[in-house]
Design a protein around this ligand. Structure first.
Ligand code: 3H9
Length: 712
């Protein structure tokens, strides 16, 4: 084996040990595939070798095919070809699975004659989460080995199983508590004298009827999902076709899905989420501050949810209120939320008890004195926030991270209320905070690198996906939401009804349209902000003035029956909208779903482009991650900036120009960046753009483009 190969070969006790070392996750790159074929050939040819063990360095066994190779010209040997060489050997091959064996990694293990797993390993075929199906025999080997029903579930749901579950299913032959490699070598030697059992020849499919029932249930649970449909079709081939032909069926589906825009979008999401955690402009070697204890200020829905995040991560947290009553109400709400999870079976009673034990309630800010991180979740009002931070400045211990959960306000102004602005950062959680995955980490002008690193690095522990953003009104998510909200108003006046708008947006893939979402959150939230800023939204204002605040008042954009959250179109709303349109001299017309989607999504893209110009977000992918994890953007559409590239920026710029000209709304004119990219026939995700405009600059840097290219 050449010195630079990621596959090492050694013989120990008459067993050839093939060791993969391809950090960070031992993905099956072309070099790994070639190395495996060479090593197997060498072991096969060596008379001193009785058996073979495949193992890997690091935390994972093999995390699958190298996803970065997808979409590039294929390099042989392909993974199915590699695994075919396993089938052809006369010597037993044992997989020593010491970590995650996922996708192609599990397919490699399935190609072996036996599998030995360490207790902390996990085994799965997550290809569906990338809009694919296993493409190296997983759909043919797994069902034959463990049964079509169990196999299909693992393949179509994409969830990994534990070694103990895998053992019970017959996927793993032995669990190794101690020395994994030793156990695997012993197994290989033991198999040397026996008839080799290949997974391709296993005959454990089980009854066809049970498979068809499971297939029907999965088809229903995942409607319109081409990769789940392909998984079902491929596994069915295991009943209908010989192994080789089943492999061809699987391959055809795999190639087809690889080209599907939905899979491209999901692959983009995979990398964008990981990229978002890397903050441009952070000096190398910066490490996060230690967080052993947290405090959350206020025990409202938001504060309680944030406290739960810390407790769920095993971090003791003090919830602080101004009075005993509010504190007890908040703590009771937290306990009730955990109880619901226990009832649903998603949390064990002992886990609930352990988490509740980590949450302590106190009255008075003084209780934050020993916390390493303090998250403020008081009412969204600048005066109040500054007052709290002024007090925290005196109370918090030196070096504590002071985080504000503001969703709109100027973090620099809040930091200015302290004598330690370097310790202040925004941590914008989304409601419900214990559920939503997004965390916008807002970097103020004076936020110290290690303060920022602390907020970003603690996020995954809290179950969050962090995205670092700069300071502006509404940051990334709410600023783009406002751009969409403005157009909802416009469309209502021009002729659409709430139900038309929501149907178009749910048809696009969102779970909920903007009108139903407004009713759920409460229409008075926006009303209050508009009143404070002097802005107007004629329809939304009129709804609020009529006492229609959303679900909580039984009516908003829709009508709600008592105790029921189903929105019903309301003729009163139609009359109200028609009246206001007439007052504005607008003649209403029918507006189709396609136009609604364009009119709502393109202005968001335009705002996203401005956010990039201003350096508020570092990369287009960061904006996508915000919308995917905080606002229900459908993952298979990849996020607004990825979607924009699919539509073509030229089309988007042209449509925005048209609507701006028609409505006289200047904010709809394509931003400088959008126009430039459209003219150059490029997309946001071009690496050149990322570098030239925002990629290497610290966040919050307002003049990301040169002066002549600033916001139009
Ligand atoms: C497949 O196998 C198809 C086959 O059926 C057929 C083929 C013919 N490739 O997640 P992390 C990178 S499809 C390339 O932060 P963790 C990742 O981008 C594949 N790169 O670590 C990141 O890079 P960076 C099916 C990959 O410890 C770094 O590794 N397999 C791959 O939190 C660390 O990743 C999957 O879908 C890859 N396959 O989690 C499994 N995987 O540092 C995908 C990771 O530059 N992987 N990277 O940002 C995972 O689920 C997690 O990475 C894993 C580790 C659980 C393994």
């Amino acid at each position: 084996m050449s010195g630079s190969s990621p596959v090492a070969y050694a013989i120990k006790d008459s067993v050839a040990v093939i060791r993969i070392h391809n950090p960070p996750v031992n993905a099956l790159s072309a070099a790994v595939r070639a190395g495996l074929v060479e090593a197997i050939g060498r072991a096969e040819a060596d008379p001193d070798v009785a058996g073979i063990v495949i193992t890997a360095e690091g935390r994972t066994f093999i995390a699958g095919a190298d996803i970065t190779e997808f979409g590039k010209p294929p390099v042989s040997p392909s993974l199915p070809e590699v695994i075919e060489t396993f089938d052809a050997t006369r010597k037993p091959i044992v997989a020593a699975i010491g970590g995650a064996a996922l996708g192609g990694g599990l397919e490699v293990a399935l190609g072996c004659h036996a599998r030995v797993a360490a207790p902390h390993a996990k085994l799965g075929l997550p290809e569906v989460t990338l809009g694919l199906l296993p493409g190296a025999g997983g759909t043919q080997r797994l069902p034959r080995l463990i049964g079509a029903v169990a196999g299909l579930k693992i393949i179509a749901e994409g969830k990994p199983v534990s070694p103990a579950e895998a053992k019970a299913l017959g996927l793993v032959d032995e669990l190794a508590d101690g020395d994994l490699l030793q156990r695997a070598k012993t197994k290989a030697r033991a198999l040397a004298d026996s008839q080799l059992r290949r997974s391709r020849d296993a005959a454990n499919l089980g009854p066809r009827e049970a498979f068809e029932q499971e297939a029907a249930a999965l088809g229903k649970a995942y409607p319109d999902n081409p990769s789940v449909a392909a998984c079902i079709d491929s596994v069915r081939a295991a009943f209908d076709l010989p192994f080789e032909e089943g492999m061809v069926r699987e391959r055809v589906h795999f190639r087809h899905l690889l080209e599907d825009p939905r899979s491209k979008a999901l692959r983009h999401v995979f990398f964008a989420e990981r990229e978002a955690a890397r903050i441009p402009g952070l000096p190398d070697g910066i490490s996060a501050r230690l967080v052993n204890k947290a405090a959350v200020i206020r025990a409202g829905t938001m504060g309680g949810g944030i406290a739960m995040c810390f407790a769920n991560a095993g971090i003791p947290v003090t919830v602080i209120e101004t009075g005993e009553d509010a504190l007890q109400r908040g703590l009771a709400r937290v306990a009730q939320t955990y109880d619901i999870s226990v009832k649903r079976g998603t949390l064990k009673p002992e886990q609930r008890d352990a988490r509740l034990k980590l949450i302590e309630g106190k009255v008075g800010l003084q209780a934050a004195a020993d916390a390493d991180i303090i998250v403020e979740a008081v009412f969204e009002e600048m005066g109040l926030k500054k007052d709290v931070f002024g007090q925290l400045d005196r109370i918090a211990k030196p070096g504590a991270v002071l985080a504000t959960n503001t969703s709109y306000l100027d973090v620099n102004e809040i930091a200015g209320a302290t004598s330690r602005p370097q310790d202040v950062v925004g941590m914008h959680f989304f409601s419900p905070a214990n559920v939503m995955r997004l965390l916008e980490v807002v970097r103020g002008d004076k936020t110290a690198p290690d303060t920022l690193a602390t907020a970003v690095q603690i996020a995954p522990k809290l179950g969050k996906v962090p995205v670092a953003v700069g300071v502006c009104y509404g940051f990334v998510g709410n600023r783009m939401l406002a751009a969409r909200g403005k157009q909802v108003e416009r469309l209502l006046l021009e002729g659409a009804l709430p139900q038309d708008i929501d149907a178009a947006i749910t048809g696009f893939g969102f779970r909920m349209g903007p009108c139903a979402m407004g009713d759920l959150a409460g229409l008075d939230i926006g009303w209050r902000i508009r009143k404070a800023t002097g802005a107007r939204a004629p329809v939304a204002d009129a709804l609020c003035e009529a006492g229609r605040l959303g679900q909580k008042t039984g009516k908003g954009c829709y009508l709600y029956a008592e105790g029921d959250r189903t929105p019903h179109p309301d003729p009163e709303v139609t009359s109200l909208i028609e009246r206001i349109a007439a007052e504005h001299g607008i003649t209403r017309r029918a507006i189709g779903a396609d136009e609604i989607v364009e009119r709502l999504i393109y202005p968001m893209v335009n705002e996203g482009a401005r956010i990039l110009e201003e350096g508020i977000a570092a990369r287009p992918g960061d904006i996508d991650v915000v919308w995917l994890n905080g606002y229900g953007w459908p993952a298979w559409r990849g996020g607004p900036m990825f979607y924009a590239d699919q539509v073509g920026l030229g089309r988007i710029a042209m449509r925005l120009e048209e609507v701006a000209a028609k409505t006289g709304e200047d904010s709809l004119r394509p931003s400088r960046l959008l126009r430039r990219l459209a003219a150059e026939r490029r997309g946001f995700t071009s690496p050149v753009i990322e570098k030239s405009s925002v990629g290497e600059r610290p966040l919050g840097f307002r003049d990301a483009l040169k002066p002549q290219e600033t916001r139009s």
